[in-house]
Design a protein around this ligand. Sequence first.
Ligand code: ADP
Length: 447
Amino acid sequence: MFSRVLVANRGEIALRVIRACKELGIESVAVYSEADKDAPYLEFADKSVCIGPASATKSYLNIPALIAAAEITEADAIHPGYGFLAENAHFAEVCRDCKLAFIGPSPEAMALLGDKVSCKKMARRAKVPVFPGSDGAIEDPKEAIEVAQKIGFPVIVKASAGGGGRGMRIARNDEELHAGLDAARQEAEAAFGNGAVYVEKFLEHSRHVEVQCIGDQHGNAVHLYERDCSMQRRHQKVIEEAPAPHIDPKKREEVCRSAARLIKNAKYSGAATVEFLMDDKQNFYLLEVNTRVQVEHPVTELITGIDIVQTMIRVSAGEPLPFKQRDIKPTGHAIECRINAEDPSKGFVPCAGTIEQFDPPGGPGVRMDTHVVRSYRVPPNYDSMIGKLLVHADDRDQAIRRMARALDEFHVEPIHTTIALHRELMQDPGFVKGGVDIHYLERLLKK
Ligand code: ADP
């Protein structure tokens, strides 16, 4: 096992990893930018190191600074969390070259599954359903039009290296496809330094269903069942839950097994999420694979009782998975509400500033993952998420009631947060019924 893990991240996920290390008896090293120098979670780590100024490119994305911090503190592993460098294969490779264990997949597996074209190829081989579309990257607009005519409009042009919703264009006819190819290619070239794009069928009404998987270095891989993350705004998840409501048990088995098969075939070690879109007939198609721990991982922890972050650390140290597929028996229903420092009444503008009052909820079945305490100052430099409120209960109705109760107890002053929005959503008939599509929340917010 490792003796000291450097946590290459900030905020709630940094604290989450520090907690996992403590419970495993491993020391942790926190890093911080100048904007985070007073963050309370730094105290919980065994050591902390400043890695640069507020700007993320100079701190949390600064590979030499992170490697130097690991070397100075004699860490033997790095946990990247999510965001920042978590899906950067070059960073994983630099870690390996510097004899630091990267708590995640090998750079090769990350590159294979992180690139959408190679991931899709791998999925086809593993008999995982993918959207009909081009076989690989498309060079010639004529080829794109042939593909679109074969599969039928609408289609979507996507960047192979895509992320964060960039390099995507929907096309409903030949002209839009021509324009979309150029635009997507340029956007992808500028954002990722890789202009490769491909074309696939665009599904109008779908749900986002994703499967948590984890593999080890001995060829074992399991799934930890699915989550529904269809409540989204601008491709950002707002509420996540498990299990996905109203899915036929057979379909559920099918989608979960497909995901595990893909991870196993890729000889993948570490946590991964296989994301799918599901249509109203419960046909599902691969969207992408995230090769890291996700924000919403605690939803799965609550229904399975498995500590995903600890398991990631253990498999990275070479241990075999401590459970088999048949040992994983999900119970009850879990929901997560992302609490963002944003003002929903003003177009969700981020609200930085000092939090004078912070009273998080408690009681049965409530989990609060946050790095925030009273007097914490939310810096303006990073993501606006200040915490995740989760509940677990016997079934979905009880989980919704429990979440509503927890949100009622939750008070944050004076900055604006999404707490009030979540209170409304817990009473929204569409959400309460369950099974909404990925555009539902945006339609609701427009009303
Ligand atoms: P990124 O890596 O940029 O987040 P994704 O492949 O995850 O890209 O796609 C982002 C979003 O775009 C999805 O959540 C979905 O809303 C939409 N999308 C992507 N591909 C399709 C598709 N084939 N049909 C319908 N919507 C799609």
